[in-house]
Design a protein around this ligand. Structure first.
Ligand SMILES: Cc1cc2nc3c(=O)[nH]c(=O)nc-3n(C[C@H](O)[C@H](O)[C@H](O)COP(=O)(O)O)c2cc1C
Length: 174
């Protein structure tokens, strides 16, 4: 099997990370993979906002937990060493889809570099809440943007989980 197909199949969502920071060169590579994702009409109206300060990541997790009335001691976004917030112009009807393509590119790039990643989904419905938007402002996320997904990244703290079985729904029409 070629390396790209092998990388796609062996990637798993990783939900525990060591304290070791990600090499900035590797982080740049991951972000570049996001920038090379397809986007509808090639608009690329997205922004990838990168946090590497764990205190900031933790503050964001606490704000999300409070907004969603979750237990902040349990909702930590898995304490990654880096977090990428993929946002897009709210007027772009394909903004979520474009960000999804970019996030998957970044997950695969991270895996190819020996790093772990997982999608964090809880921000997308609450970006404009009073407890959240000022934080997004402070991170430099444009006010016309919605965060469609986040990538938690870091060095895996343990082995990857067993792959969940594939539920095959491929249907060839002859
Ligand atoms: C749109 C989307 C949202 C997700 N949200 C979360 C999330 O908020 N937290 C989490 O731990 N995993 C999240 N995941 C990861 C899935 O749980 C994971 O991809 C799935 O269980 C399959 O496992 P695998 O990625 O190891 O193949 C999300 C995945 C997708 C595609």
């Amino acid at each position: 099997m070629n390396q790209i197909l092998e990388n796609i199949k062996s990637r798993r969502s990783i939900r525990a990370f060591t304290d070791e920071p990600i090499d900035p060169v590797d982080l740049d590579r991951i972000l570049e993979a996001g920038l090379w994702a397809p986007s509808a009409r090639g608009l690329q109206t997205w922004q990838f906002t990168v946090l590497t300060d764990r205190t900031r990541i933790s503050e964001l997790a606490v704000a999300i937990a409070e907004q969603l009335q979750r237990d902040p001691s349990r909702y930590t976004m898995y304490e990654p060493t880096a977090l990428i917030l993929a946002s897009n112009d709210r007027e772009n009807h394909n903004g979520m889809l474009d960000c999804s393509c970019a996030l998957q590119n970044m997950f695969l790039a991270a895996h190819s570099l020996g790093l772990g990643s997982v999608w964090i989904n809880q921000l997308r419905g609450i970006c404009d809440e009073a407890g959240i938007r000022p934080i997004l402002d402070s991170l430099g996320i444009p006010p016309n943007h919605l965060v469609w997904g986040m990538a938690a990244l870091g060095h895996p703290a343990g082995p990857a989980p067993e792959p969940p079985p594939r539920k095959g729904v491929v249907h060839y029409v002859k």
